[in-house]
Ligand binder design. Structure first.
Ligand code: ASP
Ligand code: MG
Length: 590
């Protein structure tokens, strides 16, 4: 028997007619011999409407009562859908989260799923029934052991569906929605964006600004961890949609089905070398020239970080595997002979990374990483962040110590820690999709003391005020007193508050000041094949340079390369990068 979990979102069950047509679709799938577990969201706009009802009575309604209220939305849909199925002669039974036994943490409004009891569902399936389950809700054992209704957070029905699929060992989880699947970029800006047939969960998480509207990131993380096939497809037709894949096949841990920690794993990569070029010209094409030359010379570059300084010169720092250092050094020397600038190199470095969907939107995580490392007396040489990963480069001799403190701080289990993981050639495209973020702005703190803890203080204090930093870059260049600059991007709405927090911090730092950057746009290219495809970053820089656009900042992570460009060039940059990697064709061969 094939067990399928099918989830229908709010629009798909938005009216009686739609519920009836969804019921027909389900009945057909049942007649094809599938055992079906159906998860539904609240009808149409219900959750918003219920929220505004509560808000019209109170500015801050008790969270418990909000869960009580919002969970009713899904209860309406399961009953109506079951009625519609029975009307078609298909035997179906609706169940709330607590009836099924979806056990969650007790935090109202954002509970994570700990466990799902599957007996009741399995019994019903054995009787040939379709089980229709309310998404977005569960039950916690509240204080004193009393059961309480909880909700998982907005968009949480996706998470309910994939969690059920995992607990039941289903063959697949299908998310039926009002879009055809995941696209290579935003079709409003790039009309020839293509539907992806396949994308890995890791890529999907990195494309958060593109993908989050399609799928709840927590759902993607569950699919990623347990290797459950997740399909996003349209409710309106029979097209196959996009399949999300994951090579992982973890067992459900004792700590809960959803990782109840924001961090999902840590990784230490040794034998790295850092090359820093400073005072090189700031004009379109420089980064493209440099990284094309390195890739032609057979050097595979890992992290790349670039920031602009004092108006018209750039610093570019990157890491390579130690074996490639001499080769890279020679190439860079020729490069600066022509263009000017200085080169510095450092061997015996290690890259330490943490990853997890919980990093998204939680500024305190990166801050804790930096703080933990600086408390251990270790200096951060480089910092690289992406949606779901934060990496830092440190002295190799400190690697083991840093890793230990991270494992302890984030309470990681042995199977969540990797040292020098092998990069497997996956045959994946170097770039799968490209996302644009226009919500960010750039701020630099000039002349930050170069001692353990400075970056940590900045991140921690901003995090305490609820501000997420995005691309964080520590400059190559040093001031006369040894200080460095730290630049980062943050959400435009947070800028005022950030200025206040930063002003307070730098009071103690002699010679330090804040510099606000221009309005910016961030373009991110993501692809699982990126680490195995030397020259991908160079290609992206070339595409942008060819369009005459200057790159202000570069920040890469393992499977993501992001460029910060002036805001007015953002849409254009997105288009040229998308086309340069041939993503406008159905089968892309980049
Ligand atoms: N009804 C909930 C919401 O609107 C859950 C969901 O739709 O996934 O957020
Ligand atoms: Mg949704």
């Amino acid at each position: 028997m094939t067990i399928l979990v099918q989830k229908f979102g709010g629009t798909s069950v938005g009216s009686v007619e739609r519920i009836q047509s969804v019921a027909q679709r389900i009945a057909l799938s049942k007649s094809q011999g599938n055992d079906l577990v159906i998860v539904v969201s609240a009808m149409g706009n219900t959750t918003n409407e219920l929220t505004s009802l509560a808000k019209s009575i109170s500015k801050s309604p008790p969270k418990r009562e909000m869960d009580m209220l919002l969970s009713t939305g899904e209860q309406v849909s399961i009953a109506l859908l079951s009625i519609a199925l029975n009307e078609l002669g298909v035997s179906a039974k609706s169940m709330t989260g607590s009836q099924v036994g979806i056990v969650t943490e007790s935090s109202h409004g954002k509970a994570r799923i700990l466990e799902i009891k599957t007996e009741r569902i399995k019994n019903l399936l054995e009787q040939g029934k379709i089980v229709v389950i309310a998404g977005f809700q569960g039950t916690s054992l509240g204080s004193g052991g009393t059961a309480e209704i909880t909700t998982l957070g907005r968009g949480g029905s996706d998470t309910s569906a994939i969690a059920l699929a995992t607990a039941l060992g289903a063959d697949a989880c299908e998310i039926y929605t009002d879009v055809p699947g995941v696209l290579t970029t935003d079709p409003r800006i790039v009309p020839n964006a293509q539907l992806m047939q396949e994308i890995s969960c890791d890529e999907m998480l990195e494309l958060a600004s593109l993908g989050a509207a399609v799928l709840h990131p927590r759902a993607v993380e569950i699919a990623r961890n347990y290797g459950i096939k997740l399909i996003v497809r349209s409710s309106w037709n029979n097209d196959p949609g996009t399949t999300l894949t994951s090579q992982n096949k973890n067992l459900i841990s004792n700590n809960g089905l959803e990782v109840n920690k924001p961090i999902n794993g840590a990784e230490l990569v040794e034998n790295q070398a850092v090359l820093g070029l400073s005072h090189i010209p700031d004009k379109p094409g420089i980064a493209a020239d440099l990284f094309e030359m390195l890739s032609k010379g057979g050097v595979n570059v890992d992290l790349i970080i670039q920031s602009t300084h004092e108006g018209n010169s750039n610093d570019i720092t990157f890491t390579v595997c130690e074996n490639d250092l001499e080769k890279a050094k020679l190439l860079c020397e020729t490069f600066i002979q022509k263009l000017g600038g200085e080169l510095s190199t450092q061997k015996q470095m290690s890259k330490l990374s943490i990853r997890g969907a919980g990093i998204m939107g939680r500024p305190s995580i990166a801050a804790s990483l930096f703080e933990t490392i600086s408390k251990a007396g270790i200096n951060l040489r480089l910092i690289a962040t992406s949606e779901v990963k934060v990496s830092c480069v440190i002295d190799s001799s400190m690697g083991a110590k840093a890793l230990r403190s991270i494992i302890e701080f984030f309470k990681l289990e042995d199977n969540q820690v990797q040292i020098n993981p092998k990069v497997v050639k996956s045959g994946e495209p170097a770039v799968r999709g490209v996302a644009l973020d226009l919500e960010q702005t750039q701020v630099s703190v000039i002349n930050v003391p170069d001692v353990p803890g400075s970056a940590a203080i900045i991140c921690k204090r901003l995090a305490d005020s609820g501000i997420s930093l995005d691309t964080i870059i520590q400059s190559e260049r040093k001031h006369l007193n040894g200080g460095r600059n730290i630049s980062f991007t943050l959400n435009k709405n947070d800028r005022k508050l950030a200025d206040q927090v930063l002003t307070h911090i730098i009071k103690n730092w002699i010679g330090s000041h804040i510099q606000d950057g221009e309005a910016i746009a961030r373009i991110s290219a993501v692809g699982a094949g990126m680490p195995n495809t030397p020259g991908t970053a160079a290609k992206m820089f070339r595409a942008i340079a060819n369009a005459g656009i200057n790159i202000e900042m570069i920040a890469t992570s393992e499977i993501r390369t992001s460029c910060i460009v002036p805001e007015s060039d953002g849409r254009k940059a997105l288009q040229v990068v998308h086309n340069f990697f041939n993503l406008n064709r159905t089968t892309n061969l980049n």
